[in-house]
Design a binder for this molecule. Structure first.
Ligand code: A2P
Length: 293
């Protein structure tokens, strides 16, 4: 299932996520995904596994143009020249000569001048054909407003934390208003159960409403959540390094949630963020240096 972005490029709606995939497991995960039918992989400079993503794609034997590759510029590479160089690093590690989608990983509001300069570099890369689409991640509506005022190309995608317990209706609405596709990170709520991300969080995978909808359709809670994203028009990038779960997460095209199911899932939103607040400056993270290719 493809989604057409605001510049006419098509992107497979469902992709494999590799956040927290250890580099030594990433090549195999990418190969599993491509053999299960995925044609979209989402990585990031900050994940430290772009090289292994590239290896997995090459090992699949698929032609480059059949796989949609999305990656992200890290904050320490913001600025015009730095972001042009970040493209060199990313493509060098991935072993490709163009990217399908290149996005800014964080709004980093304390250095918004550099954010704008980084985005202008993305516009240059787009104009040169070195990337096919550009976008952002973790941008709240106020960040989008500031970006749009200072730049020319409307982002194709805004990738945000989005699962049934945190569905960010106002961010989705702002994206839609501007013609920006909402892409869900932690689409099956991994952020609600990753160890070490804070205790006492409710695990969305164990939600009773999702369990009953899953039972009704003979599917898993993860499959129901992915179907929910797709039917509401979003892109989603579930992470797994387990071949059976990678395949399960792609087996979501043979059933349909009804309107009642969608409404019930929409009603699970708690309004509580699980991941980092995009307005909080995390200098220890932001200053992380991305190695050369
Ligand atoms: P694993 O890699 O061992 O499969 P998210 O993308 O929402 O952040 O979720 C990722 C988390 O969900 C990872 O911990 C992943 O573990 C786990 N996971 C992925 N797919 C499934 C699934 N179908 N059922 C249960 N857990 C899953």
């Amino acid at each position: 299932m493809n989604i057409t972005l605001n510049n006419g490029i098509t992107m497979p709606a469902l992709g494999l996520g590799v956040f927290q995939s250890p580099p030594e497991e990433t090549t195999a995960a990418v190969q599993s995904a491509l053999s299960a039918g995925y044609r979209h992989i989402d990585t990031a400079a900050a994940y430290g596994n772009e090289r292994e993503v590239g290896e997995g794609i090459r090992a699949s034997g698929l032609p480059r143009q059949e796989v949609f590759i999305e990656t992200k510029v890290w904050v320490s590479d913001y600025g015009y020249d730095q972001t042009l160089h970040a493209w060199e690093k990313a493509t060098g590690k991935l072993g490709v000569d163009y990217l399908d989608l290149f996005i800014l990983h964080q709004p980093a509001p304390d250095r918004f001048g550099q954010v704008i300069a980084a985005y202008k570099a993305l516009e240059t890369l787009l104009a040169d054909g070195r990337v096919r689409a550009i976008g952002v991640s973790n941008f709240m509506p106020h960040h989008l407003e500031k970006l749009l005022e200072a730049t020319d190309v409307v982002p194709a995608v805004n990738q945000i934390e989005l699962h049934p317990y945190f569905s960010q209706a106002e961010v989705q609405a702002a994206n839609a208003r501007h013609g920006i596709l909402t892409q869900a990170w932690s689409p099956i709520g991994g952020i609600t159960f990753y160890p070490g991300w804070g205790e006492e969080r409710r695990n969305v995978m164990e939600d009773p409403t999702l369990a009953s909808i899953a039972d009704k359709h003979g599917k898993s809670a993860a499959q129901v959540m992915l179907r929910w994203h797709l039917q509401e028009g979003r892109s989603a990038i579930p992470k797994s390094t387990n071949p059976a779960r990678i395949a399960q997460n792609f087996d979501v095209f043979g059933f349909e949630l009804d309107a009642e199911d969608l409404t019930a899932i929409d009603a699970l939103d708690t309004g509580v963020r699980n991941g980092p607040d995009p307005d909080v400056i995390r200098e220890d993270r932001f200053s992380m240096v991305i190695p050369e290719a």
